[in-house]
Design a binder for this molecule. Structure first.
Ligand code: SPD
Length: 367
């Protein structure tokens, strides 16, 4: 799975330095706030070469961070990338402007089925288009797992991380969980046989108790550190996002130090999510924002991003340009029988959100 050699260039600070000073309302600038490890720098450079518009690029690794910035207002961002369930309530809060379809001719390349799924969070896809999509599953060090459970052991069950006896067997080589309540609590509910889309407080309580029972075996909660730690062999198991785990696998292979990483969508099912490109209502450079989004939706550009970040995209015209190895990997572009086993996130109301925040603090800190 060898890819381009400068994988670490996808981190943000490097791009901000390379591409210009922090954001401002200027005709030749677009201020983009995206997830970390989610683009190749070449795409940003190509955009500037072709349009003359400088990209000021910054990153975050949690929806909560993005949401706090958006709700505070006047972010100075022209393009942001919320996950669809978060975007739904941000739309309700008046955070986004409707997209101008006349400025987005490349919208025609988007897959109608996937866009319809995203439209369940944003009717008519009025405020956003899919950037990338993925799943929340298990990343693991192949050899560490084989040493502990035998060569024939398949990582195909959430029991590896949610059964106290099983996770205890990998605690010594390092386990990381996402610091994302909206990924972790539904995953735990699903494992318990509860509806992962439930908003019943009793179901959240059960999920929190399950997570607390395995908490002593978790080294840390974080949304991006696990990529390098899996790649370096610092940890051996992570609940993580599909493309990020594959990036870890790719980095491990490039380093050639005998670390082998892989990703599993467990048989019990997993969350499928959609990250959306959207334009804040007070974006300083609305036209440039549309130009950027339209550029990203160009099939060759979307394919270049997928080929770099190992996330599935929703751009049907790009698929013929996606590396065979990625397009045919059932953990990246899952076949229908796996898709049928996935569940999507729900948009929580304020009360549920407060409950989740409280429970998540309890899980993370034990208080
Ligand atoms: N490095 C890119 C990570 C993208 C994560 N998307 C958020 C999914 C939330 N369920």
């Amino acid at each position: 799975m060898m890819k381009t050699p400068n994988r670490t260039a996808a981190t943000a600070s490097a791009m901000v330095l390379a591409l210009g000073a922090t954001g401002a309302a200027q005709a030749d600038v677009v201020n983009v706030f995206n997830w970390s490890d989610y683009i190749t720098e070449e795409v940003l450079e190509q955009f500037t070469e072709e349009t003359g518009i400088r990209v000021v690029y910054d990153v975050y690794d949690s929806n909560d961070t993005l949401e706090a910035r958006l709700l505070a207002g006047a972010t100075g961002f022209d393009v942001v990338v919320p996950t669809a369930d978060f975007m739904q309530r941000q739309i309700a809060a008046g955070v986004y402007q409707p997209l101008n379809r006349d400025l987005l001719p490349n919208m025609e390349h988007m897959d109608p089925g996937l866009m319809a799924q995203a439209a369940s969070f944003d009717p008519g896809n009025e405020h956003g288009t899919i950037y990338m999509w993925g799943t929340t599953g298990i990343g693991y060090n192949i050899d560490a797992i084989a040493e502990r459970f035998g060569e024939d052991f398949e990582v195909d069950t959430w029991s590896l991380v949610f059964d106290p006896e099983m996770i205890a067997q990998v605690a010594d080589c390092g386990v990381a969980f996402l610091d994302s309540a909206t990924d972790m609590l539904p995953a735990a509910m699903n494992y318990l046989g509860l509806d992962p889309q439930s908003t019943d407080p009793a179901d959240f309580e059960a999920a929190a108790e399950l997570l607390e029972s395995v908490r002593p075996h978790v080294r840390y909660f974080h949304n991006s550190q696990y990529i390098s730690d899996l790649a370096n062999g610092e940890i051996c198991v992570a609940i993580g996002w599909s493309g990020d785990v594959f990036q870890a696998a790719d980095r491990a292979e490039e380093a050639d130090r005998g670390v082998n990483v892989w990703y599993s969508i467990p048989d019990e099912g997993a969350m499928q999510w959609f990250d959306m490109m959207a334009i804040p209502v007070d974006a300083p450079n609305t036209e440039n924002a549309h130009a950027f989004i339209n550029f990203i939706m160009r099939p060759d550009i979307t394919a270049a991003i997928t080929n770099y970040v190992w996330y599935a995209n929703a751009n049907a015209s790009s698929w013929e340009m996606v590396d065979e190895e990625i397009l045919t990997d059932p953990a990246i572009f899952p076949p229908q029988e796996v898709l049928d086993n996935l569940f999507t996130a729900v948009t929580y109301d304020g009360r549920t959100d407060r409950l989740i925040t409280r429970l998540w603090t309890r899980v993370r800190t034990g208080q």
